[in-house]
Design a protein around this ligand. Sequence first.
Ligand SMILES: Nc1nc2c(ncn2[C@@H]2O[C@H](COP(=O)(O)OP(=O)(O)OP(=O)(O)O)[C@@H](O)[C@H]2O)c(=O)[nH]1
Ligand SMILES: [Zn+2]
Length: 270
Amino acid sequence: MYAKPDSTTMKSRVARAGDAMDAALKSLSYRSVEAEEGRVLPMMRNDNAPRAEAQAPEIAPEIAPEPASATRVPEGLALGRPSREEAEAAVRTLLRWAGDDPNREGLRDTPARVVKAYGQLFGGYDTDAEELLERVFEEVEGYSDIVLVRDIPFYSHCEHHMVPFMGLAHIAYYPTKGVVGLSKLARVVDTFARRLQTQETMTAQIADVIESILKPRGVAVLVEAEHLCMAMRGVQKAGVSTITSQFRGAFKNDPNEQVRFLTLVRGGKG
Ligand SMILES: Nc1nc2c(ncn2[C@@H]2O[C@H](COP(=O)(O)OP(=O)(O)OP(=O)(O)O)[C@@H](O)[C@H]2O)c(=O)[nH]1
Ligand SMILES: [Zn+2]
């Protein structure tokens, strides 16, 4: 069943992300000591900065300062979230890890831009998909046939590499107690897409929330996407489509309903 963002499942997911962030920040705090003292890690390539030949001395982990987030008591949204300054420092570390100089002019404002962009790209953690579906329009003359919203574009990031995957979502349901605003279905897609995801999880979450809030006679969700982590890196296969689906209620029980759904999704597309 669909797990509310404030449920145990979501908390543990966010807490795991928080733990990983804390670990990253812990290592970041060692780096910032080195940065302050002008030392450069030997494995780091930085063509825009003077190269340090000397081996960077080891810094004992026990003397490294704790990141502020390690001691902050999580509350509500916080759940171990680092501060904006910590997030920007993490971006500077990644820029150095990529081999560039975060202090050069073109990159100076990049950490702030990235953190701001993350607010939008991962804004789904701050949205409750259940709330989006709470407003139902009942005056629809008893309409109870299929409602299908197709070709909803989305952009997400895979939880394995944090690289984008994007595509189209198609959602159908048979209303029982009124219909939901069409834009809300697109908002539900965005809510789950704007988190670190697998395509399978995202597909199931969309179906789960529609099933649990609208209590439809049936719900079908089809997601088709291209994963850039398969195109730009790794196996490097561009143009590969992955299709995932979830059928609930009438769509699960009756193969004809699945055919109807798929026919409508593909209709007029040649
Ligand atoms: N099932 C599923 N896999 C995904 C999704 N997004 C990315 N992946 C895959 O996650 C897998 C992670 O595999 P790992 O072997 O742990 O990581 P890796 O060494 O980077 O794998 P390669 O991508 O094969 O280089 C890869 O096969 C990705 O293609 C998704 O939404 N669903
Ligand atoms: Zn990936």
